[in-house]
Design a protein around this ligand. Structure first.
Ligand SMILES: Cc1cc2nc3c(=O)[nH]c(=O)nc-3n(C[C@H](O)[C@H](O)[C@H](O)COP(=O)(O)O)c2cc1C
Length: 336
């Protein structure tokens, strides 16, 4: 293994703080919309993540007391602390009360989404669109701090279009003028979506300009890629996103708890754990439908006949899913 990290940069295993909240290591689970609920976060924690961030939650949904937003998306498991709840929105009053509710639900930190490139979100003025309205972005960060009384962090893109650095400039202002306690920096412009090489050089520049932690996001598809991004960007911490889908072992690899890839039976047992937690979270019927997007992530790690794979990915029945997964685990894929 290469000597890492370079002299001067702490080890990924060293603790750090965000706004006074102690974090046991520098390996974080990134926010993942539609995915990062309490049990996905708990899973990352079980494998060693130092901090987990929720999927983006609508500040309006919280403000107006939407049932699902409050009861499902604000659900926090006692073993997942410290946890950061990510909010999105473009209205300071809703952000203030949303952050208040997130704090009373047990969040340790509030994160604001200023990076979402999805048109449905940008059209409302939220997500990456806030790069075009820096004054509003600052106001939202202050509102979240006022409402929650917690440290507020922001996850932000480098810009909107190729060549645009408005996110870089806004990140500095958020720290200096709104007291933001850390920046999650995704150095791809919104137009790129999740494709293309992130600009770790720009991230390094940002880390030298701000006196709070800079957490690097983007292109961290494996433990090695995360270590490289950490070194290249001079970040204070890394945020694992797609690299964690169906592969919580990435956290164990980064924390040095293990180095070998999981055996198929271990992968399938982990998937059974996920199925049980999803059922507990949203009931049998909804979990059956919801989990169909999870199965391919786990099946990619094992060698499974095509027919078995397609049956699992299409089944909406949890009992059938459990049968198929247990069959794969026991080396006896269930006949289809
Ligand atoms: C399915 C999916 C959902 C995401 N949801 C969010 C989100 O809710 N909030 C956010 O700030 N970023 C979100 N992101 C962006 C990721 O947190 C991360 O910045 C991005 O995937 C780049 O990292 P990667 O290249 O290592 O995957 C999402 C990305 C994906 C692929």
């Amino acid at each position: 293994m290469p000597e890492r990290p370079p002299a001067g940069q702490p080890s990924l295993l060293d603790p750090f703080e965000i706004g006074g909240v102690p974090i046991s290591n520098r390996i974080l689970l990134a926010p993942l919309a539609g995915i990062g609920n309490w049990f996905v976060r708990l899973q990352a924690k079980r494998y060693g993540a130092g901090l987990v961030v929720s999927e983006m939650v609508s500040s309006f949904g919280l403000h107006y007391g939407n049932d699902k937003t409050i009861n499902e998306l604000m659900r926090i498991h006692p073993d997942e602390h410290p946890v950061s709840m990510q909010l999105f929105g473009q209205e300071p009053e809703a952000m203030e009360s949303g952050a208040r509710i997130a704090a009373s639900s047990g969040a340790d930190l509030i994160d604001i989404n200023m990076g979402c490139p999805v048109p449905k979100v940008r059209k409302t003025g939220a997500g990456a669109e806030l790069l075009a309205d820096p004054e509003l972005a600052l106001e939202l960060a202050r509102a979240a701090a006022r409402g929650s009384g917690l440290p507020v962090t922001v996850k932000i893109r480098s810009g909107l279009m190729p060549g645009d650095r408005s996110g870089f400039d806004l990140a500095i202002r958020l720290v200096e003028e709104a007291g933001v306690a850390a920046i999650g920096f995704h150095p791809r412009v919104a137009k790129q979506g999740h494709k293309g090489q992130p600009d770790y050089g720009m991230a390094r520049e940002l880390s030298q300009r701000i006196d709070v932690p800079m957490i690097i996001s983007g292109g961290l598809s494996s433990a090695d890629a995360a270590r490289d991004a950490y070194d290249e960007s001079g970040a204070d911490a890394v945020m694992i996103a797609r690299g964690a889908l169906g592969y919580p072992w990435v956290f164990a690899e980064l924390t040095g708890q293990r180095f070998e890839a999981p055996e198929p039976d271990e992968v399938m047992n982990e998937l059974l754990w996920v199925i049980d937690r999803a059922e507990e979270h949203m009931g049998t019927d909804r979990a059956g439908r919801y989990l169909r997007k999870f199965y391919p992530w786990y099946l990619d790690r094992v060698d499974v006949p095509k027919l078995v794979r397609s049956e699992l990915c299409q089944t909406a029945g949890l009992e059938r899913a459990r049968e198929i997964v247990a069959g794969i685990r026991d080396g006896m894929p269930v006949a289809v």
